[in-house]
Design a protein around this ligand. Sequence first.
Ligand SMILES: CC(C)(COP(=O)(O)OP(=O)(O)OC[C@H]1O[C@@H](n2cnc3c(N)ncnc32)[C@H](O)[C@@H]1OP(=O)(O)O)[C@@H](O)C(=O)NCCC(=O)NCCS
Length: 103
Amino acid sequence: MAKAVINTGSQIGNGVIVNTGVIIEHHNRVGDFSHIAVGGSLGGDVSVGKNVWVGMGAIIRNGLSLKAGAVIGAGAVVVKDITKEGTYVGIPASLLNPHLNHA
Ligand SMILES: CC(C)(COP(=O)(O)OP(=O)(O)OC[C@H]1O[C@@H](n2cnc3c(N)ncnc32)[C@H](O)[C@@H]1OP(=O)(O)O)[C@@H](O)C(=O)NCCC(=O)NCCS
């Protein structure tokens, strides 16, 4: 979408939404059917699994991985790998409902 930037060496899968004003920095990988919502930012060398939803304005620090199916809430800042499916919010991002038994 308008004003999105996809920088050098980044690979975007099939059916991905790169929404308005998103920044996908260098050497990132975005899995099929993921959605990077308005204003989200991926630092360099981030690996996003399939069917991931990165909410509006979320920031994913460079070098991290997001597990397939993860949901990152609006405005979150992810500073560690997301290794389990679930919804993560806040700064630093943490699991929204740790009592749910996510796979
Ligand atoms: C993270 C999200 C998916 C959670 O949705 P949900 O499961 O319906 O959660 P709820 O709205 O019921 O909120 C549950 C709790 O999480 C908190 N919360 C929800 N979203 C949050 C966020 N982004 N950051 C911090 N806290 C959040 C709520 O305040 C609430 O806290 P409480 O239990 O203390 O009252 C959603 O809020 C969100 O951020 N969606 C992204 C929207 C977006 O970017 N759309 C793209 C448009 S292009």
